[in-house]
Write a protein that binds this ligand. Sequence first.
Ligand SMILES: Nc1ncnc2c1ncn2[C@@H]1O[C@H](COP(=O)(O)OP(=O)(O)O)[C@@H](O)[C@H]1O
Ligand SMILES: [Ca+2]
Length: 492
Amino acid sequence: MAEQREIKAKTSWRSPRTICIIFLFIAAVVALMTIAIVQSKPISQKYKYGIVLDAGSSHTSVYIYEWPAEKENNTGMVRQLDTCDVEGKGISSYANNVSQAGNSLKKCMDKAKKSVPKAKHGDTPVYLGATAGMRLLSMENKRASDEVMASVERTLRNTPFDYQGARIISGQEEGAFGWITVNYLSDNFRQAKPTMGALDLGGASTQITFVSKQSSVSPENSIDFRLYGKDYQLYTHSFLCYGKDQVLKLAMAHQLETDEYILHDPCFHPGYKVNKSLGSVFNSPCAKTFDEPSRTFTHIGEGKWEECRNSIRKVFNFSDCSFSSCSFNRVYQPKVEGMFGAFSAYYFVMNFLNLTTHSLEESKMSLSKYCSTSWSEIKSNHPKVKDKYLAEYCFSATYILTLLEDGYKFTPENWNDINFIDKIENSNAGWTLGYMLNLTNMIPAEAPDTPPLTNGGFVTVMLFLSMAIIVLLALSCKFFGRPSCSSPKEII
Ligand SMILES: Nc1ncnc2c1ncn2[C@@H]1O[C@H](COP(=O)(O)OP(=O)(O)O)[C@@H](O)[C@H]1O
Ligand SMILES: [Ca+2]
């Protein structure tokens, strides 16, 4: 009897119906696994491109960005593909030779044509933003500034790219877009992490931007953003004339008030001695104009750090604050809060002097020693660095410490909350990326609804659930032996 049953069972497994079911089962599992593998493989991406020209006071840089076309609203997706430094000085230096302003950009725009695939040229927006150098020129000579802007516009319209405008951006925009850039690159928006403040030091202006819990008492220093479903109230201020090149002029102009022929400068190295024209100091609306700009004076270095700091402090007005708190020059500023990213000249100078990770006290001591080093020794230690930069590092770093400590009121306790940064995830910190993200509507106000599972995850879960159901069905047939599961012969 038992033998007979065993034979019947064996025959039932080989019945055409069972073989058919097993075949279908295997086919279903193979199909599901194939879908899971194919679906979770990254699909070949189509990319979009954007170009922003940063026309700064000292030089122009071209930034080329790239991002996957399907994911343009996912923050963290845009990366810097390439950059190009325009030869020569900033566009504001072409005030007396306006046609050359546009020509100066040509080489870098040719490079951009090679970086962006040809088929995408026509769909690639190109923007130019000019900063403090052009703000100063437009105050000084509106016509020259309009002509310079028209000249760069002509060049950019002549490229195969989609020209979207060339304009002088405001100091507020420069500050706010720098803040957007550093927080976008750090992925702070998408993850609703605490944001970091942005400190930007240029040649002609400087910006400070951060989220403050204190509600702003000064509307011109306040900007509101809603990004990824979260509201941000920013404090921002741009100090025109407080970029490091203009402050050097201001500080020298102050010292020249007492002696117009010889300037004994504590911020330059001992042994430094150069004849300069008064015009090189007084040729800017930041420093007072002088009657005889072509006359020369002798600039002599003394290398005395404490005195240098005192002379720099004179370019700030620390009294007269009509608000609850001020930075300087009667400008409202709440207490600095949270982490900060300090970029552009902050980084160039602090990195050159290896001060990026020092405490405030260590930085002062190290700087004091550096400033007192003779000019000949400095030059022989750095033969490849441009003389102009090299001569000014002592001044520039002393200005940076003074601006951060006395100006913005950073203390020895929160000094290390400042990170001196050049790049985040291979993209430069600066206002250009934030400017482009804003103009291309790439950061949504509300967080997009995302499915709880990725494609791959969804298919994998489906696969496991289907297999679990089949196994459960098989087990229930075996243990509860429903008639439909067995062959009619078995029942007999
Ligand atoms: N390698 C470097 N070392 C020191 N300073 C630098 C270096 N590269 C650039 N800079 C300085 O950084 C500043 C950049 O300012 P810029 O962006 O041109 O002006 P702004 O933002 O005020 O319009 C300038 O003062 C320039 O001299
Ligand atoms: Ca700049």
